[in-house]
Write a protein that binds this ligand. Structure first.
Ligand SMILES: [Zn+2]
Length: 424
């Protein structure tokens, strides 16, 4: 059965849901209680202007080698600037660096719990490796791991990941690291020694978005950008959620889309279409709204309920309440930093984890066993004397306190940490 046929069948089964006998409904609930996996379908579309956007889509990764039940999916969007090399490098290396930082374990829960920290390590390792090449290019990176109903999103830059939950509600799962919209990031970079202002013309007039100088980058976090300054950090905002069995749609896209469409508009314009057509529709809609000004890339990932799944909420009621909830949420919270609250009334999306700090010590925590024999970032082997605690003061620190608590970093990664924190 091809995607279109299957989609039509799902639509049929959805529309007939009010006639499903009670026995089938109970069976459906019983199956979903056993943790039945969603069917994952994805589609991608792009319209190039500069050729700097790149995408990643893999649905056959395995937590445990040769164990089909440990399969997970990985999706990514990388929007390069000053060339495509950082975007291509990240597409090819980021996932491997994240997986290397994960414990070898048969426990899915343990693996998922370790994921946020491994994502931080993997992003930094990829940045260090790319910067060593000496190329000046940089990239956003939005990496999404889908393991059964658990979705983990890690992102630097402004390639947003949005959830259109089937149970109701549209949520941004990432935060935009743009100086223009993110006051917290402006303060961080200024405190680190960067200058944030608009481009000045000869007459004194200021134009364009807020940028960081030297370099003139609009983004406060990225992978690459060796020429801009260490305070443009590769530490991702990470969010982990649990979707209800009704599933949902993820829209991962570069700013070519988000500069033209709100999260809600993007979600709305492709509802009812299968993933492949939905991605095309979102790109088409953004080009219609704003024209082709930038690379415009969209990846749509559907987590479809198990075949025969029956929603517990009647669709007609659901749709009305969704719309009200969406309007209220967007009115009250504005644009890009809306997040799903734990078990919110409209969406039934459970928030498992969220962290966005640019402080490495906070993000790696204080697990004394982590990084004793391997660097917590790059996994390089260390002897007991090589490692420096992530909690030790920086070379610029006035107090320069020492710490014997793990996690520990090798000297290269410690130097990276100091550079990211800038001047005290
Ligand atoms: Zn290291």
């Amino acid at each position: 059965m091809d995607v279109q046929q299957e989609f039509k069948m799902r639509l049929k089964s959805d529309s007939a849901e009010c006639m499903v006998p009670l026995a089938a409904l109970l069976k459906s609930e019983f199956d979903s209680d056993k943790g039945q996996s969603p069917t994952v379908r994805y589609g991608q579309a792009c319209h190039d202007k500069k050729g700097e956007d790149h995408m990643l889509a893999k649905v056959d990764c395995q937590r445990l080698p040769s164990d089909g039940s440990s399969t997970f999916g990985v999706f990514g969007v990388f929007d390069g600037h000053n060339g495509a090399s950082a975007a291509i490098f990240s597409k090819e290396n980021l996932l491997r660096n994240v997986l290397r930082a994960l414990p070898i374990t048969t426990s899915r829960d343990e693996w998922l719990a370790a994921l946020p920290r491994a994502l931080v390590a993997g992003f930094i390792k990829t940045d260090i490796d790319f910067q060593e090449k000496g190329e000046t290019s940089g990239t956003t990176a939005t990496l999404v791991l889908v393991d059964k109903w658990t979705v983990t999103v890690a992102a630097v830059g402004d390639s947003r990941c949005v959830l259109d939950a089937s149970g109701g509600g549209v949520f941004a799962l990432s935060v935009d690291h743009r100086f223009e919209e993110n006051a917290e990031e402006r303060k961080r970079v200024i405190d680190c020694g960067g200058e944030v202002c608009r481009l000045s013309l000869a007459g004194g007039a200021e134009i364009g978005p807020l940028r960081c100088w030297p370099g003139g980058l609009c983004l406060s976090r990225s992978i690459g950008d060796v020429d801009v300054g260490g305070f443009i950090v590769p530490i991702p905002h990470v969010k982990q959620i649990q979707l209800p069995k009704a599933g949902g749609r993820l829209i991962i896209a570069s700013d070519g889309i988000w500069d033209a469409l709100s999260c809600e508009k993007a979600a709305k314009c492709c509802r009812g279409l299968p993933a492949e057509l939905a991605a095309k529709q979102v790109v088409k809609e953004s080009l219609r709204a704003r024209g082709l000004r930038d690379d415009t890339t969209c990846l749509v990932v559907d987590l479809l309920p198990p075949f025969g799944y029956v929603s517990q909420v009647p669709k007609s009621v659901n749709k009305r309440s969704n719309l009200k909830a969406i309007i209220a949420r967007w009115r009250s919270k504005g644009s890009s930093t809306v997040v799903a609250n734990k078990s919110n009334a409209a969406g039934f999306v459970e928030e498992l984890f969220e962290a966005g700090s640019a402080k490495l010590a906070e993000r790696l925590g204080s697990d004394p066993s982590l990084g004793v024999l391997n660097c917590a970032i790059c996994q390089a082997n260390m002897t007991l004397h090589d490692g420096v605690s992530v909690h030790a003061g920086s070379a610029f620190s006035t107090t320069n306190q020492t710490s014997t608590d793990g996690p520990f970093l090798c000297l290269t990664c410690k130097a990276k940490k100091d550079a990211m924190e800038g001047r005290p």
